[in-house]
Design a protein around this ligand. Structure first.
Ligand code: HEM
Length: 182
């Protein structure tokens, strides 16, 4: 399988970046909502101890994806013919994913910096975790989290619709077996 995409298929780099991001986003949603719901400070600090580094990792991956598509690779053409509204909404959802992920990382880092939580979670500094609700970036972080859930449902729903109802290769070609997805 080639590293780069061609007219009909995604390349290995694009497929790897896509599924790595998908797994990380799911882990971030689960750990983020758990951190938000728990009242136990020790449990919250422990969850945030991997939530925050994962958030920074997805930021780096998102930047890598942007650079990859911008400088090194070109997306394959659409599979078959689709109504214009579907093409446009797919593009909008993909773009929104990038915007919201960057916003989530920025607001997460903002909460840590403004509240000093970074020193408590990573630096071994004594102290109780801050009440994150008191810090401005907590609000967009909460909205962004819900926006990601909606985007995921739409994005995965569209992929499953292509796979099971239209029975085309839209989902298959975002995987590593090249031969099948022609
Ligand atoms: C970039 C992807 C990220 C995603 C998808 C994500 C997801 C989430 C979610 C779903 C919540 C719960 C929201 C709610 O209950 O309203 C949350 C809370 C939180 N996240 Fe993130 N997050 C990300 C990045 C980060 C980063 C980079 C940091 C820190 C450096 C961070 C720190 C926090 C904190 C402090 C909370 C609040 C916990 C609380 O209210 O007790 N997040 N995140």
């Amino acid at each position: 399988m080639a590293l780069k995409s061609d007219d009909t298929n995604y390349g290995a780099v694009a497929v790897t970046l896509h599924w790595l991001s998908a797994v990380l986003i799911l882990l971030l949603l689960v750990s983020g909502f758990r951190a938000g719901q728990t009242n136990d400070p020790a449990a919250k600090a422990e969850i945030l101890g991997f939530h925050a580094p994962m958030g920074i990792t997805i930021l780096l991956l998102t930047m890598a994806r942007i650079v990859w598509w911008w400088r090194f690779d070109t997306k394959p053409g659409a599979v078959g013919r689709n109504p214009r509204w579907q093409t446009l909404s797919a593009k909008a959802i993909h773009l929104l994913f990038y915007v919201v992920m960057i916003g989530m990382a920025a607001s997460g880092i903002g909460m840590f910096v403004l509240s000093g939580a970074g020193l408590i979670v990573f630096g071994g500094a004594d102290g109780t975790l801050p009440d994150f609700d008191q810090y401005l970036p907590r609000t967009p972080h909460g909205f962004g989290a819900r926006a990601i859930v909606i985007l995921l449902v739409l994005h995965a729903g569209a992929a499953l619709h292509h796979h099971f109802i239209k029975r085309d290769v839209t989902l298959k070609r975002m995987w590593f077996r090249r031969g099948d997805a022609k």
